[in-house]
Design a protein around this ligand. Structure first.
Ligand code: HC1
Ligand code: SF4
Length: 581
């Protein structure tokens, strides 16, 4: 351990720690724009030391030292708030602002921008240095907006995309003033292998990377008297939306969210959790079918089955593992199953054509915007899901509609597409999809009710995990990965036939699963927030009267009335998809 003194306080930290880490241990908040360390399970450490906002004075050294990149030494004396330090920090900020667009009033990141926060903290009331302004071409994809004029070259997005997600789309290009983080040849994101996971936007300190905002389209749809507007809310939204209204992370706001949506004027407030239950009906059937054929020696069957509900993961394997396209489940994601059922079943029930119905989804995810726009999820150009907005966009909409969220009463979803089980809700966190599938598959395979519904061996935050689940005499080997880098490691092992064979693997692109999605309220590097959301998801599951997807009475009815049986003709046509190289 190393002893040092920071601002007159003594602290003991492990060798190899930085001054920034030692200061944080003392509760001294040295500002930084570039440094970011997420949970060890996520493995994101951005140590570019590029912003120079964290400089400190170290006794005996002539130059100021960046706290994020300077290792502690025995007996070190550090000052973090001398006039020299404060002056240097202010100058660095002013230089950063010299070519930064002064668009705070209209910037999507306003109120959440770390550069704006620092300008406020340092009382910067004028920018003394007016530099040449950058004029990069803006990049609008269906999911993300890139405005590189606002980039401060912190390289967080690059670390996230390359090291955590291993997608490798973003890197520093050009030199000097023209240096920018961009895809190769500065191509637009749609022309790259970007998965639209949105994790780059989740860690961007400024408005350089933000979601494509479709909230105005929702207002237009709600104002159109000729439309029936239906909304579905993803499992992870209810565990995070409250943060936008000052509630503690991990506060469940399911009932208030339903109330707010109803007050906004949606005709039907439904739940993606219903469609998550439906996904399990199809996915568990597909899994048992494959497993039975595999156990009978059918050589044509590919194991393991991979979950397919995360659209960033789907795009990742389409680009990165084209030889494994027949391995993932063909089940559509709950978002898309919901859209298909709403437009092909519920619209008919209401006696209206599909074009008259607008399906809005509220998702913790940015890739869902892209998924909704995939052409195979449309009929004659009419998409199954018309508009996908993020948790953040919903919070903005609620505020825009003058709704006092905190004083709303709890209300329940409409029926039939709002009925769900605990299995549906746990989709929102890493391990939840496979636990939901296991609850149903084990009960179907054994023909006996489960002795325990909670498969805690499948839970946790470790990036790559494995567990064994008993089904009669058979031990199912289950894999779980969250974060695309972890997914890659697991998939490479599967492809190369390394290790014990898995029967099923769940993969979610975002660290933590959907609770950590790119459309959730910004966590500003505090991954504990994501963990609290996951705990909330399991609390919601515990409190549900029904906790197995196949016992959802509205799902049972839907098969009786309309779908026939899982993997049957109608189900196959509406609820399954295919993948492209
Ligand atoms: Fe997810 Fe899913 S759980 S992908 O993580 O399968 O976004 O919440 O809606 O579709 O249900 C996201 C969350 C979400 C789908 C479901
Ligand atoms: Fe990389 Fe994901 Fe950002 Fe695309 S959305 S650039 S894959 S981090």
């Amino acid at each position: 351990m190393i002893n040092l003194n920071i601002d007159g306080k003594y602290v003991k930290v492990p060798e190899g720690s930085t001054i920034l880490e030692a200061a944080r241990q003392l509760g001294i908040d040295i500002p930084t724009l570039c440094h970011l360390k997420l949970d060890d399970n996520v493995g994101m450490v951005n140590k570019s030391a590029s912003c120079r906002v964290c400089v400190v004075e170290v006794k005996g050294r002539r130059n100021l030292a960046p706290a994020c990149a300077t290792p502690v030494a025995e007996g070190m004396e550090v000052r973090t708030n001398t006039i020299r330090v404060l002056n240097a920090r202010k100058t660095v900020l002013e230089l950063l602002l010299s070519d930064h667009p002064k668009e705070c009033l209209t910037c999507a990141k306003s109120g959440n921008c770390e550069l704006q926060d620092l300008a406020e903290r340092f009382c910067i009331r004028e920018v003394r240095y007016q530099g040449v302004q950058s004029t990069y071409k803006k990049d609008h994809s269906p999911a993300l907006e890139r405005d590189m004029d606002k980039c401060v070259m912190c390289r967080r997005c690059e670390t996230m995309c390359n090291e955590v997600q291993t997608v490798g789309v973003l890197s520093g290009v050009n030199r000097g003033f023209n240096a920018v983080v961009a895809p190769a040849f500065e191509k637009p994101l749609v022309d790259t292998v970007c998965t639209f996971c949105g994790q780059c936007a989740a860690v961007c300190p400024t408005g350089a990377l933000v979601e494509r905002d479709y909230s105005w389209r929702v207002i237009e749809a709600l104002a159109d008297p000729d439309k029936v507007v239906v909304v579905q809310t993803a499992p992870a939204v209810r565990a995070a939306l409250g943060e936008e209204f000052g509630l503690e992370p991990g506060t469940l706001v399911t009932g208030k969210m339903v109330s707010a949506l109803r007050q906004m004027g949606f005709d039907y407030v439904f739940d993606t959790d219903f469609a998550a239950d439906l996904t399990i009906m199809e996915e568990a059937s597909e899994f048992l079918d494959r497993l039975n054929r595999y156990l009978k020696g059918d050589k044509a069957v590919r194991m393991p089955i991979l979950t397919s509900c995360c659209p960033a993961w789907v795009k990742f394997f389409e680009h990165q593992f084209p030889e494994l396209l027949d391995v993932p489940s063909t089940a559509k994601s709950p978002q898309q199953m919901f859209g298909a059922v709403a437009k092909n079943f519920f619209a008919k029930k209401l006696g209206i054509p599909r074009e008259k119905m607008v399906v809005v989804s509220v998702m913790p995810c940015l890739a869902k915007k892209y998924e909704a726009s995939r052409p195979e999820f449309a009929v004659d150009g009419n998409p199954d899901v018309d508009i996908s907005i993020s948790t953040r966009e919903l919070a903005h909409l609620i505020k825009r509609c003058n709704i006092d969220f905190l004083s709303l009463p709890d209300e329940d979803f409409d029926r039939p597409l709002g009925e769900s089980t605990g299995a549906g809700v746990i989709f929102g966190t890493t391990g939840g999809v496979i636990e939901a599938a296991v609850r149903t598959a084990v009960e179907w395979a054994t023909g006996k009710p489960l002795e325990k519904v909670d498969f805690t061996e499948l839970r946790g935050m470790q990036g790559c995990r494995e567990a064994w689940v008993n089904v009669g005499d058979l031990k199912l080997h289950i894999g779980i990965a969250h974060g695309l880098g972890n997914a890659r490691r697991l998939l490479e092992a599967v492809r190369d036939g390394k290790g014990e064979m898995f029967h099923a693997i769940e993969i979610m692109a975002c660290p933590g699963g959907c609770v950590g999605g790119g459309g959730q309220p910004y966590h500003h590097g505090n991954f504990e927030i994501v963990k609290k959301r996951a705990e909330a998801i399991y609390r919601e599951d515990q409190g549900k009267p029904i906790r197995k997807s196949h016992e959802n009475p509205e799902i049972v009815k839907l098969y009786e009335e309309f779908l026939g049986k899982p993997l049957g003709e109608t189900a196959h046509h509406l609820l399954h998809t295919h993948y492209f190289k």
